[in-house]
Every structure is written in C-alpha cells, then in structure tokens.
Design a protein around this ligand. Sequence first.
Ligand SMILES: CC(C)(COP(=O)(O)OP(=O)(O)OC[C@H]1O[C@@H](n2cnc3c(N)ncnc32)[C@H](O)[C@@H]1OP(=O)(O)O)[C@@H](O)C(=O)NCCC(=O)NCCS
Length: 283
Amino acid sequence: MPRPFASADADGLARHGLIAAKGSEILVNERDGVITGALRYAPRPFETAELGVGVACIEHCLFLDQESDAFDELLSHCETQLRATDIGLVTCRLGEVERGAIAAFHRREFRIIECLITLGRDLPAAPAAMPPGVERATRNEADECGHVAAESFRHDRFHADPQISEEAADNLKAAWARNDCHDRADTVLVVHESGHVAGFIACRKNIDTVKIDLIGVLPEMHGRGIGRRLVDAALSHYAGGAARMIVGTQSANIASLALYQSCGFRIEASSFTLHKHLGPSAK
Ligand SMILES: CC(C)(COP(=O)(O)OP(=O)(O)OC[C@H]1O[C@@H](n2cnc3c(N)ncnc32)[C@H](O)[C@@H]1OP(=O)(O)O)[C@@H](O)C(=O)NCCC(=O)NCCS
C-alpha cells in the first residue's frame, strides 16, 4: 500500500533524482523495506484558475521495479488522493524513452496529448545588430500580446486536448502571455504592424540558460519573417549574458520546428505529455 513521504526516504529518493519540493506531495511504495516506486505531484493554481477545473501535475516518477505492479498502485492511490481534493485534470510529462512508466500511465487511462520536442543552441558571445522593428514590450501592451497568443496558439497541450474547449485554451494562452508581460518573463520583445502588436517573444533566464517561454505571431502575418526577427532579436539581446537558449515545441508544430532550426537550434530531447480527466465515472 503506498504511503506518504517520510524524512527517512529523502536520501534514497535523492539518489534517484527525486527531491521533495515546497507545495508538492510525495507518495512512496516499498516492498520488504526497499522502495519500488515513488511519485511527486503538486496542484497547478494558474491552470486551475484559467480552466475552471482543479489541475494537478505529476512532476516526477520513480519507476524502480518494472516487474511489480507497485507503480500502478501508486498511480491509482495518487488519483484517489487528487479526486478527494477536487482535482479534475492530472497532467504528467515523461521522456519518450521511459517506456515502462508510459505503459503504466496508459493502463491507468492517461492519454498522450502531445510529443514535446526540446531544442537548444549556444548563445553568441557578443550581440549582433538588433533586427529592425523589434522593440521591448511596454507593460500596457500586455492585452495586445494576450490577443496575439489567443489568436495564434493551436498546437499546445491545452488546444490539443479534446476535453478542453478551444475558448478555455485560448483564454489560458492569453492569460499566460499577459503574465509574461507583467512579471513572469524577464524580457518580452514585440514587432508592430499598423501600430499594433503583430508578434511577440517572451523569454525567462535561469542562471546560464534562457528559455523561450512563448512566441506567437498573428495568423494573418505568418510567413513574413516576423518570427525569425523575434528569435534573432532574443538571441542578440541575451548574447554574452547567458550560455544557452532552449525552447520546447510540439512535434506537430511544423512552423515552429522550422523556425527554430533555421535559427540554429538543434533537437535535444523528446517527451510525451499525458493528461487524465478524473470524471466521476473514471476508474
Ligand atoms: C511559429 C511562428 C511564430 C512562426 O512565425 P512566422 O512569422 O510565420 O515565421 P517566419 O515567417 O519568420 O519564418 C521563419 C522560418 O520558419 C519557416 N516556416 C514558418 N512557417 C512555416 C510552415 N508553416 N512550414 C514550414 N516552414 C515554416 C520559414 O520558412 C522560415 O524559414 P527560412 O527563414 O529558413 O525560410 C508562427 O507560426 C506562430 O505564431 N505559430 C503559432 C504560435 C506557436 O505555435 N508558437 C510556437 C510555440 S513553441
């Protein structure tokens, strides 16, 4: 029977890369005093507020004994705990090679929603010239960036989940872009057309790595080089100030895969995002 994390588990779990985190819960399964599996999960307040359903994420899985049904028990127990706290959607991201864990999630009726491709490249040591027409977003352009996000995003895991309405997915992406303009991102760059934001890129820096958090261009402006100018501007902005730039996109997002690769990014990893909606009748 799975049990909650105890402080005596910390070292053993840390050896496998699972670290306790504030706001997260850990469930552990063991046999004969040996840990056979563990998972860490946490609520997702932003997604909960935007989707109007409780959302939680299984952030880390340890699947140590593939022969036993310990992991299935853990998942089942985790779902029971989450249902009891009014969670309606559980999400998880697993490396494409974590086949045993993916199979266990399938047995619990989690569905693969997207294949996320991570790309990266080194940042230039010195800034190149800023591409023309790219500027820092002002705080009062948050709504315009939100509008671009709602209009442009179609491949992300919210739009790709048939059980999430397009309107809810649009609203979530708009709120995400507005948050980037307020304080989530450390830099938001924009391109204007006819006095309005036609495209934006939002980046977050963590120590030596910059992540492209969002990039979007109004659909009617696609294919005119705006996305490339935004990525080139971000590369120039961070040149010399960090070592690497990374980004995640979906394998189905042909335009963004083409954009990043033509800007010097290379594919580094792939993972699956899985969702399970915990309806009252779900197992
Ligand atoms: C991805 C996105 C930002 C690209 O913006 P864009 O302004 O249309 O892109 P650009 O015109 O600058 O094109 C840049 C490169 O990508 C290629 N590209 C763009 N769209 C493409 C498509 N649909 N198919 C193939 N290649 C494409 C272009 O050919 C160009 O390559 P090149 O310079 O080597 O010729 C835009 O499609 C978008 O807003 N998509 C929706 C939001 C989204 O999914 N964002 C990515 C989230 S990770």
